[in-house]
Design a protein around this ligand. Structure first.
Ligand SMILES: Cc1cc2nc3c(=O)[nH]c(=O)nc-3n(C[C@H](O)[C@H](O)[C@H](O)COP(=O)(O)OP(=O)(O)OC[C@H]3O[C@@H](n4cnc5c(N)ncnc54)[C@H](O)[C@@H]3O)c2cc1C
Length: 504
C-alpha cells in the first residue's frame, strides 16, 4: 500500500468498500483515517479539492479546553485536551504549543483569584497531558503574569485598570491544509481510496438498504457508481443538502451562520495568542489575535447567515465593524482595511436558525431511525480540534463489533513525520531549473493535484505570497502536462481566488 493519493475513479469503482465517506474536509479525512485504524476499507469522495472549504478557513487553534472551565464543561475540557495531545503527538511537525494570554481587569470572571484557581484546576484535570510528548511539544502549566510582565509580552495592551494576565496553552497548526493531506496520505497507506473532484450525486439503495453512491467525476465529466453498504455524509455546510438528496432534510444537522478571521499585513501584537474584549458599549465579544508567520491573524467574527447564494464571506460593513471592534479592544492598534491580506471565512452551525452562536456538540444522525435507508448516516462536526474524536465516535456506533484503539496512541501514524513536507513559499526558487521543480513535480504526482490552486493553496504555502504566486504561475504551469489554453485557465482560477479573499 502506498501513501500516495492516487486518483483513478475508473479503477476505484471496480473495488468493494466497507464504507463511503462523502466530504473531504477535516471530518471526512479523519473518518477515512479512523476507518482504516479498525481495519476497514473506506472510499472518500470530495466534490472539489480536499480541505478547500470550511477546513481551510479555521483560526488553526487546537483547543486545549481551558476556556471550557468558564462553563464548567469538564467533559469538553478533557476531550479537547486529549485531542490536543493526539495532534501534538502524531503531527509534531505541524502542531506546536501556543501560549495564550488574557489581560485581567478584575471584572466578572477575569479576576486574578478566579484565574489562579482555574489554572490550578486545569493543571489537575490535565495532569497526563505531556505523556509521551517531546519536550518541545509539551504543554507547560498555566500561570499569572504581573502588570509589568503583561506589558512586556503585549505592549499595546489596554493599561487602564490592568491587573495582570492569565497564560494558558493551546495547540497551533500554522499549515492546517497539510494536516488534511497528511491524514489522507496515511489513510491511503492503510487501505483507503480518496478521490477529489468527485461529487456524490445520488444514493443507490435496494429494499431500503444503502448500497452505494453515484458520483460525478468533474475531471472527465463521467458518472461512476461506487459500492458500499455504509454511506457517511460528512459534507460540512452541505450536509443538509446531501441528507435531503439521499433521504430527508434534518434541520438539526446544520443551521448556517457565518464566521471569519482576517489576516493583516501587520506584525503580531504579541508572541502569544491574546484574548481581548471589544471596548464598544454594549459589546462583550472576545477576539483572539494569533501570531501567524510574523503576521497578525484575528478572529473570530460571527454573523447570522441569510442563506444567500453568494459565497460565505463577510460584507464590507461586517469587515469594517470587525476592524472597528478590534481597534476598540486594543487602543493604539489602528488597523485598517488596506492591511487585509486574506479573509478566511466559512459557515458553521448555529444553535438556532438565523442565529450567530456556535453549536458546541457534533450531531450524529442514523437515517434509518426515521425510516430512511439502512446504512445511511449523517455526521456534522463542530471543531477541527475534535474532528478525529467525532470520527471515532461515529464509527463506534456504526461498526460496534470493531475494536477501536483508545484513540490516543497506536503507532499507525508513526511513519507520517518522515513522509510529510511543508513546501515553504519563502523558499529560494533559483536557479530557474532547480531541485524545487523536481520536488513540486513529485508532490503533483503523489498528492492528486488537479488544478494549480490545489498546489498553491492546499499542498504548499505558495498562496501566502500572492504577488509572487501570480508572477511565477506560468512557471508552475510548466510543471504540469498542460497546453497554453489550459495554463491560462488555471492562472485565472488562482488569480480570482487570491483577489476574492482580499475584497468583499
Ligand atoms: C472562521 C472559522 C474559524 C474556525 N476556527 C477554528 C479553530 O481555531 N479551531 C477549531 O478547532 N475549529 C475551528 N473552526 C471549525 C472548523 O474549521 C470546522 O469545524 C471544520 O473545518 C469543518 O470541517 P468539515 O469537514 O465538517 O467541513 P468542510 O471543511 O466544509 O468539508 C466538507 C466538504 O464536503 C464537500 N462536499 C459537499 N457536498 C459534497 C458532495 N455532494 N460530494 C462530495 N463532497 C461534497 C465540500 O466540498 C467540502 O470540502 C473554525 C471555523 C470557521 C468557519
Amino acid at each position: 500500500m502506498t501513501s500516495q493519493l492516487i486518483r483513478n475513479p475508473r479503477q476505484a469503482c471496480k473495488r468493494e468498500y466497507d464504507l463511503i465517506v462523502v466530504g473531504g474536509g477535516v471530518h471526512g479525512a479523519m473518518l477515512a483515517l479512523e476507518a482504516t485504524r479498525i481495519g476497514l476499507r473506506p472510499l472518500l469522495l470530495e466534490k472539489e479539492d480536499f480541505g478547500g472549504a470550511t477546513s481551510f478557513n479555521s483560526l488553526r487553534l487546537i483547543h486545549g479546553g481551558f476556556r471550557y472551565l468558564q462553563t464548567l464543561d469538564y467533559a469538553r475540557l478533557r476531550r479537547s485536551a486529549a485531542e490536543r495531545h493526539w495532534f501534538l503527538e502524531n503531527f509534531s511537525h505541524l502542531v506546536k504549543p501556543l501560549p495564550c494570554m488574557a489581560p485581567l481587569y478584575g471584572k466578572g470572571l477575569r479576576r486574578k483569584s478566579t484565574l489562579n484557581l482555574a489554572i490550578r484546576v486545569y493543571d489537575f484535570l490535565t495532569k497526563d497531558r505531556n505523556l509521551r510528548l517531546r519536550p518541545e511539544g509539551s504543554i507547560p502549566s498555566g500561570k499569572l503574569l504581573s502588570v509589568d510582565e503583561t506589558i512586556r509580552n503585549f505592549p499595546l495592551v489596554d493599561r487602564s485598570g490592568l491587573q495582570g494576565s492569565a497564560v494558558w496553552y493551546d495547540g497551533y497548526v500554522e499549515n492546517s491544509q497539510r494536516v488534511i493531506i497528511d491524514t489522507l496520505r496515511i489513510a491511503c497507506k492503510n487501505g483507503a481510496t480518496v478521490l477529489n473532484y468527485t461529487e456524490a450525486k445520488q444514493l443507490v439503495s435496494d429494499s431500503g438498504q444503502a448500497r452505494g453512491v453515484v458520483a460525478h467525476d468533474h475531471v472527465t465529466n463521467t458518472d461512476y457508481t461506487f459500492s458500499a453498504d455504509i454511506i457517511i455524509n460528512v459534507a460540512g455546510p452541505w450536509c443538509r443538502d446531501l441528507a435531503k438528496r439521499f433521504d430527508r432534510d434534518e434541520k438539526i444537522l446544520f443551521r448556517s451562520m457565518l464566521a471569519w478571521n482576517i489576516l493583516f499585513d501587520r506584525a503580531p501584537v504579541s508572541d502569544n495568542g491574546v484574548a481581548v474584549t471589544s471596548g464598544k458599549a454594549g459589546s462583550s465579544h472576545t477576539y483572539f489575535l494569533v501570531p501567524w508567520k510574523n503576521k497578525l491573524l484575528a478572529g473570530t467574527g460571527q454573523a447570522p447567515w441569510p442563506h444567500e447564494s453568494r459565497r460565505a464571506h463577510p460584507t464590507q460593513d461586517q469587515t469594517l465593524n470587525f476592524i472597528e471592534d478590534l481597534n476598540s479592544a486594543i487602543p493604539g492598534l489602528d488597523l485598517n482595511s488596506a492591511e487585509i491580506i486574506y479573509t478566511f471565512s466559512g459557515l458553521q452551525s448555529a444553535t438556532t436558525e438565523g442565529g450567530k452562536n456556535f453549536v458546541t456538540s457534533d450531531v450524529f444522525f442514523d437515517h434509518s431511525s426515521k425510516e430512511g435507508p439502512q446504512g445511511l448516516f449523517s455526521v456534522s462536526g463542530v471543531k477541527l480540534t475534535t474532528s478525529r474524536y467525532t470520527a471515532e465516535k461515529a464509527l463506534r456506533v456504526i461498526f460496534p463489533g470493531r475494536s477501536h484503539a483508545d484513540g490516543v496512541h497506536d503507532g499507525i501514524l508513526e511513519s507520517l513525520n518522515d513522509n510529510s513536507q511543508v513546501w515553504d513559499f519563502s523558499r529560494n526558487l533559483e536557479p530557474k531549473h532547480g531541485r524545487w521543480e523536481d520536488d513540486l513535480r513529485q508532490l503533483i504526482s503523489d498528492e492528486s493535484v488537479i488544478h494549480l490552486d490545489d498546489l498553491v493553496f492546499r499542498r504548499t504555502t505558495l498562496w501566502e505570497n500572492p504577488g509572487r504566486v501570480i508572477d511565477m504561475a506560468p512557471q508552475l504551469c510548466s510543471l504540469f502536462d498542460w497546453d497554453h489554453d489550459k495554463s491560462e485557465y488555471e492562472i485565472k482560477r488562482v488569480a480570482a481566488l487570491v483577489n476574492d479573499q482580499r475584497t468583499n
